[in-house]
Design a binder for this molecule. Structure first.
Ligand SMILES: [Zn+2]
Length: 61
């Protein structure tokens, strides 16, 4: 059985995500929590997603 989409889970809000085929390193936004997620690994049609830290310019110092 093959699928045209990939499945993953948001690491933040645990929403099940179904996305079109992507490659490692691509980013997407979670529709629920709006976080930016990066594809770390793709295995058997499952995405391993990691949230991308948004850098705040005026943080620190
Ligand atoms: Zn989310």
């Amino acid at each position: 059985m093959s699928t045209a989409t990939l499945a993953g889970e948001c690491p933040e809000c645990e929403t099940d995500l179904t996305v079109p085929p992507m490659v490692q390193g691509e980013t997407l936004s979670c529709p629920e929590c709006m976080l930016t997620l990066r594809v770390e690994e793709i295995q058997d049609g499952r995405l391993s997603l990691q949230m991308v830290e948004v850098q705040l310019r005026d943080w620190g110092q």
